[in-house]
Design a protein around this ligand. Structure first.
Ligand SMILES: [Zn+2]
Length: 248
């Protein structure tokens, strides 16, 4: 079986002397794991196109029990991410998150578009880093079926006053119906959450919020990811360690 599609390399492992096993977030078939032979020795086009965070067009051939990438054309390597450790770590966290939520053998064009936009904006400093992180987290989770309910208090439906977001139940709560897990959120943060989770992909980045709001939005999206997926992310832990001084 053979096919070609565009994709982003989200994980790579060295296998044996010269092979690598990569995970590709593909447009047409979701996550695909494939071997790249000789990639460590041959400094060629295929090697550049199959390194972590490279976006390209890949030609997959199914062997006895695994796919192999036989040809690769590099379309973008997001070079600007590679000399900034915080940006690179955040990009790797987005990749790790995709490795958990993106399906296999299914159309994943929407996930790929979210990722390519996030990486491009991160590379070019087009948007604040907290905003990109929150958009990536909420958008990737919404696509995979974890959508927060942002239509007023979940218990009584009221729409004004002070809101709290419960990351475990994924719902808003008012002062009266606040649970012990509720994180205080301003109306601006609620609107931003609603915007990200209800807009088409070309619009998910188009909102503004002050810096404190963006920080809170990013804290809320992170709490939502961790609570919904019930796991930790090595890359996120590392990113937190790197940015602790900046964030506090
Ligand atoms: Zn209520």
């Amino acid at each position: 079986m053979k096919f070609s599609t565009n994709g982003l390399i989200i994980r790579e492992h060295h296998v044996g002397e010269s092979d690598r096993l990569v995970t590709v977030l593909t447009r047409d078939r979701g996550l695909v794991r494939a071997f790249v032979s000789g990639a460590r020795n041959i400094k060629g086009k295929k090697q550049a196109a199959t390194q972590l965070l490279s976006y390209g067009n890949f030609y997959f051939v199914k062997g006895k029990d695994a796919y192999r990438i036989t040809e690769a054309e590099c379309l973008d390597v997001f070079f600007g991410l590679r000399d900034d450790l915080a940006k690179l770590t955040l990009a790797q966290y987005f990749c790790e998150l995709c490795g958990v939520v993106v399906p296999e053998q299914d159309d994943a064009g929407a996930y790929l578009r979210v990722m390519l936009n996030c990486l491009k904006f991160l590379e070019t400093d087009r948007l604040p880093i907290h905003q990109l992180k929150a958009v990536a987290e909420f958008a990737l989770l919404t696509l995979s079926g974890y959508m927060p309910d942002t239509d007023g208090c979940h218990a009584c439906g009221c729409e004004d006053g002070n809101f709290y977001f419960d990351p475990i139940d994924g719902v808003l709560q008012c002062e009266t119906h606040r649970s012990p897990h509720g994180i205080p959120v301003s109306i601006g943060v609620v609107r931003a959450m609603h915007h990200i989770t209800h807009s088409t992909i070309d619009k998910i980045f188009s909102f503004t919020l002050n810096n404190d709001g963006l920080k809170r939005l990013s804290a809320v999206s992170e709490a939502f990811v961790l609570a919904q997926l019930e796991r930790n992310f090595t890359t996120l832990d590392f990113y937190r360690g790197l940015t602790e001084d900046i964030r506090n």
